[in-house]
Write a protein that binds this ligand. Structure first.
Ligand code: ADP
Ligand code: ADP
Length: 221
């Protein structure tokens, strides 16, 4: 489902060159739930951004859901990203001026989906995360754990093959964090979603199928 070959990422400014990733190879099968750990600055976000087609490697090949993504135009990348990938972030990134249901519908606005169908799909996604009773609330009226559940509903509303999560439990206490992990595990087991998650939390990583450790831009296990 995800194939990275010899990925290098170098950030260059006029004075400094930072090697963020050095010859990283990674293969994730359909239905796998993989976590990525490592110290701050080791390249975790860079790796997730490359898998998520938000950033391009300096060298190496990226294949997502059978498609070689090198050489695609920005518009092609955006459309493919929208169809194939769902994103979850540590800090939720919800739009506070919009009710929960509208937040969840957002990814569908870029597709040719009628408003009635958008409502139906968004309600269904909110049901999956146990928030059917909060559709008309605004994000500020929710707890951190509930906000992250809204963000998960938004990530899954377009039925993506792959979910990418960047420290999804990082802003939550351990109870809420475990609830979020329960939801991700259910999506993985019941809907066969492929999930890649960056985390600092060994306990969360233990609950996934496989742990990848990065150190200084290289994979160490
Ligand atoms: P992590 O997510 O593990 O904390 P990052 O992927 O954010 O690590 O960063 C890896 C390395 O690349 C760090 O040394 C960081 O300072 C550097 N880096 C990340 N983004 C940029 C950027 N946009 N410009 C320059 N250097 C960057
Ligand atoms: P942090 O948790 O460190 O605050 P996030 O996990 O929220 O960072 O975001 C990780 C990266 O993804 C950031 O570089 C951010 O610019 C980018 N990002 C955040 N929201 C979105 C979005 N909705 N779509 C695409 N990229 C995003």
């Amino acid at each position: 489902m995800i194939q990275l070959k010899n990925i290098e990422k170098v950030y260059r400014t006029t004075t400094i060159e930072t090697v963020a990733l050095n010859k990283v190879n990674l293969s994730v099968e359909k239905g796998e739930f993989v976590s990525i750990m490592g110290p701050s600055g080791c390249g975790k976000s860079t790796l997730l951004n490359i898998i998520g087609l938000l950033d391009e490697p300096s060298k190496g090949q990226v294949e997502i859901d059978g498609k070689q993504t090198n050489g695609l135009s920005d518009a092609q990348l955006a459309s493919f990203r929208n169809q194939t990938l769902g994103f979850i972030f540590q800090s939720f990134h919800l739009i506070n001026d919009l009710p929960v249901l509208d937040n969840v519908e957002l990814p569908l606005l870029y597709r040719n989906v009628s408003s009635a169908e958008r409502r139906r799909l968004a309600s269904e996604a909110l049901e999956k995360v146990g928030l059917s009773n909060r559709m008309k609330h605004y994000p500020n009226q929710l707890s951190g754990g509930q906000k992250q559940r809204v963000a998960i509903a938004r990530a899954i509303v377009g039925q993506p093959e792959i979910i990418l999560a960047d420290e999804p439990t990082g802003n939550l206490d351990s109870n809420m964090g475990n609830e979020i992990m329960d939801i991700l595990l259910t999506l993985n087991q019941r809907d066969n979603a492929t999930i890649v998650m960056v985390t600092h939390d060994e306990n969360m990583a233990k609950r996934t199928h496989r742990l990848i450790r990065l150190f200084d831009g290289s994979q160490v296990s």
